[in-house]
Design a protein around this ligand. Structure first.
Ligand code: CTP
Length: 413
């Protein structure tokens, strides 16, 4: 039976040409057994009619806040409270702005403000509007509140421009809705993930760092959240948005990363995906080091704490499963096996870093990754895949290991 069977979906259709796609979304939802009630904003009603919406939902379409009949029959409070999920497709820039700032001047915005239900938005707008600082900052506010999002996608727009702003296709929106309702394998479990590089300051303008983009660590945090875990992501300086639904702690240095990890314990799962700098300058210089200073004294280095090993060797509060990474340029399996043992982790994902024959970086910054997975059960080669898929494969392993704890493939020490 479909996970959507007998679910109540409140669909808010706001203004945008993509509103016509929402008619198909209603059809798909009903096909899966969901009950759909719709609110059509004044903007939405410029593109499709209440009649076409009602013909597909089989129910009255709500449009007016100040309509006595609607309020008596249903009321904006009941409209939201009786739904299992509110889907806004298309979500216009205007409606997103109203949500972010708590405006309630029409039926859709009032219903949303009066709601305590989960919300999924499918934004659709002109690329300039999408990229505008106001829309992006509204989006950040909404994400911090845990609002779920699907799309937008890049492509040609009805207005003739090209860029990010197309609403996701109805089938993709349907998949996101189904994902929300699917039973969550890791619900009740907590996870801590490190991601990105660390920057160790030499002086106010320079640092020691590395080429890690954080894509793999962030994808893991996202996949854990999707699987229902409560996730903390401690991330170094990266150029990526915070993943949805994840508590993010931003740090710069290895010392700060360790502190942030320590204060996030205890957790069930620890995954060290960050490329932590092994060394830091003995002392950060207060002023910019001048070319004329004869010895770059600031280049005297001291070793950083090993975050993975610190967590993996905890006597108290050791996570149930500790997963490390290994970034190697040569002797992948040999070096990775040594790290697995030395750092006392349960599993290790090893990957080769550095340029390939064409001079393109194999792992850092790439969308794909090739992993050698090590556990006490021996090595497994995972084929080169999207980092998101590597994250999902790892989450699947975690799910089965946590379901039967003696199968985590860790040697007794
Ligand atoms: N790691 C860590 N703290 C450090 C260094 C590394 O937590 N100070 C973690 C990384 O997040 C990764 C694993 O240890 O999960 C291996 O990191 P890697 O950079 O491959 O190895 P190093 O321990 O730094 O050893 P080397 O530089 O000699 O390869």
């Amino acid at each position: 039976m479909s996970v959507l069977n007998d679910r109540n979906i409140l669909l808010i259709i706001s203004g945008g040409i993509a509103a016509y796609k929402s008619l198909e979304l209603i059809r798909l939802l009903r096909h899966e057994g969901a009950h759909v009630r719709a609110v059509l904003t004044a903007g939405g009603a410029q593109f499709i009619t209440p009649l076409s919406v009602s013909s597909l939902t089989g129910q009255k379409t709500y449009t007016e806040l100040w309509c006595l009949t609607d309020e008596t029959e249903m009321g904006h409070i009941r409209l939201s409270r009786e739904s299992d999920l509110i889907v806004i497709a298309p979500a216009s820039a205007d409606l997103m702005a109203k949500m972010a700032h708590g405006l309630a001047n029409d039926l859709a915005s009032t219903t949303l403000l009066a709601s305590d239900k989960p919300i999924l938005i499918a934004p659709a707008m002109n690329p300039q509007m999408w990229n505008h600082a106001a829309t992006q900052s509204n989006l950040q506010i909404l994400r911090k509140r845990g609002i779920l999002q699907v799309g937008p996608e890049p492509g040609d727009m009805a207005c003739g421009e090209t860029g990010w702003g197309r609403m996701s296709e109805p089938r993709q929106i349907l998949e996101s809705i189904e994902r929300y309702f699917k039973p969550k394998a890791l619900s009740g479990f907590s996870a801590l993930v490190t991601s990105g590089p660390t920057f160790e300051p030499l002086d106010p303008v320079r640092f020691l760092g590395n080429r890690s983009s954080g894509k793999q660590g962030h994808a893991i945090a996202e996949a854990l959240y999707e699987a229902g875990a409560s996730v903390t992501l401690v991330c170094g300086p990266v150029n990526l948005p915070d993943p949805q639904g994840v508590r993010c702690v931003h740090v710069q240095t290895a010392t700060e990363m360790l502190e942030a990890c320590e204060s996030s314990l205890p957790v069930d799962i620890f995954i060290a995906a960050a490329a932590v700098s092994d060394w830091r300058p003995v002392q950060e210089k207060a002023q910019k080091i001048k070319k004329s200073s004869s010895t770059p004294d600031a280049l005297r280095l001291v070793e950083n704490p090993d975050i993975l090993k610190t967590v993996a060797t905890k006597k108290k509060n050791r996570p149930k499963i500790v997963v490390g990474f290994a970034a190697e340029t040569e002797n992948l399996e040999k070096n990775a096996k040594a790290k697995l043992k030395n750092k006392r982790c349960d599993w290790l994902l090893a990957n080769t870093v550095g340029p390939d024959d064409q001079g393109t970086e194999k792992t850092f910054g790439s969308e794909t990754n090739q992993v050698l997975f090590l556990s006490a059960d021996g090595p497994e080669i995972w084929p080169r895949s999207e980092k998101k898929d590597i994250a999902r494969m790892l989450v699947q392993k975690l799910t089965s290991a946590l379901a039967s704890p003696n199968k985590k493939g860790r040697k007794k020490s």
